[in-house]
Design a protein around this ligand. Structure first.
Ligand code: SAH
Ligand code: SF4
Length: 347
């Protein structure tokens, strides 16, 4: 795997020595500057609905969480937010929601994507318009294809864990790992820039599991990675299971760095969960090799109801921009910032 052996990776992941972490981050930062450059690209995140038909054991949006106030943004509101993002120089957005069984939701999203694409193309001298990432869970092949035809070109579907026993310990039996893998392959087949990822520090997750996750990312030849620490939510059953053995924050930094070193040309997100779990999460995530940040554009009036985990923190766009430049990176505005990996594999 890359130039680091499996044994070396295990040694790094098992080590509690701050010097080991320091050296790892330095190596990842060097590798990132050489291969992915010093730019950090923004994806304006619009969490357009918190309705969900699934029951993931870790997530506050799960269907059985009856206490959560549900919301769904209207088409015009989503388009307005997207166009505002475009005018401010974010040339990519990500539309995210819970997962729905209702095919009408896909019809709705197809319309939204098509209109955003048309309007932003008209407003763009290069006629490229906004880059649109979707993250709405598992759909059928034809549904992914319709969204692609409407103008979406990236998709984020975290595998959550590719290790069968771990996946099964955090999902009800109706949610199947094979199905999720099939979805990832469908997305790649259609032509999407495909992103996946996992949660780190899940109860019972071990170093051996993480080494297998790293192998999975490489095997699936992914273009983008969105991973972050697991943070419990009081209304989700996994919060009742004993934590550990891994430290979610430090292990996330190590995994980001190992991913940058072994997959130098992919795009990697410094996730909101990473920013939420520690005050220096964003900066450390960038130093570990992340080159994407997703400022939350969801309107404040509903934002708190997109309650995936406790203590979700939001940083304003200006604060994010200041932090990004203060650690020596350059904001990549007015461009899509596609993963070099995708460009190489889809010339
Ligand atoms: N419903 C879609 C997208 C929205 S959920 C889907 O599941 O793919 C987005 C991500 O939030 C999930 O992929 C999961 O990794 C993350 N998430 C959910 N609950 C979390 C928790 N308790 N801690 C950390 N991340 C969580
Ligand atoms: Fe729904 Fe996604 Fe949360 Fe699972 S992780 S309950 S699919 S929003």
């Amino acid at each position: 795997m890359g130039q680091i052996s499996r044994n070396d990776m295990a040694g790094i992941l098992n080590s509690g020595d701050p010097q080991v972490l320091q050296e790892l981050l330095q190596a990842a930062d060097k590798c990132r500057r050489e291969n992915a450059g010093e730019k950090v690209y923004l994806r304006g995140l619009i969490e357009f609905s918190n309705y969900c038909d699934r029951n993931c054991f870790y997530c506050g949006l799960r269907k059985n969480n009856r206490r959560l106030e549900r919301y769904r943004l209207g088409k015009d509101e989503i388009i307005k937010l997207a166009m505002l993002a475009f005018a401010s120089g974010y040339h990519s957005i990500c539309l995210q929601s819970g997962e729905s069984d209702d095919p009408l939701e896909v019809d709705f999203l197809v319309e939204v994507v098509r209109e955003i694409k048309e309007l932003s193309r008209e407003a763009d001298e290069h006629a490229l318009g906004l880059g649109i990432t979707l993250s709405v869970g598992e759909l059928e092949y034809r549904q992914y294809e319709r969204l692609w035809e409407a103008g979406a070109h990236r998709y984020l579907l975290r595998i959550e864990s590719s290790v069968p026993e771990l996946f099964e310990s955090i999902h009800p039996p109706s949610q199947r790992l094979e199905q999720r893998i099939e979805c990832l392959r469908a997305l790649k087949d259609i032509g999407y820039q495909t992103g996946t990822g996992i949660m780190i520090g899940l109860p019972g997750q071990t170093v051996e599991h993480l080494l297998r996750e790293l192998e999975f990312f490489r095997r699936e030849d992914i273009d983008m990675l969105g991973l972050g620490p697991y943070i419990p939510h009081h209304a989700a059953p996994l919060s009742k299971v004993k934590a550990g053995p891994l430290d979610p924050y430090l292990t996330t930094l190590k995994i980001l760095a190992l991913c940058r070193l072994t997959m130098p040309d992919i795009n990697m997100v410094a996730s909101t969960a990473l920013q939420s779990i520690a005050p220096e999460g964003l900066r450390m995530g960038l130093k570990a090799g992340a080159n994407i940040v997703m400022p939350v554009l969801t309107p404040e009036i509903v934002r708190d109801n997109y309650y995936l985990y406790e203590q979700k923190q939001y940083k304003g766009a200006e604060e994010l921009a200041a932090e990004i430049s203060s650690c020596g990176y350059v904001l990549g505005l007015w461009e899509w910032g596609d993963p070099l990996h995708y460009k190489k594999t889809n010339p």
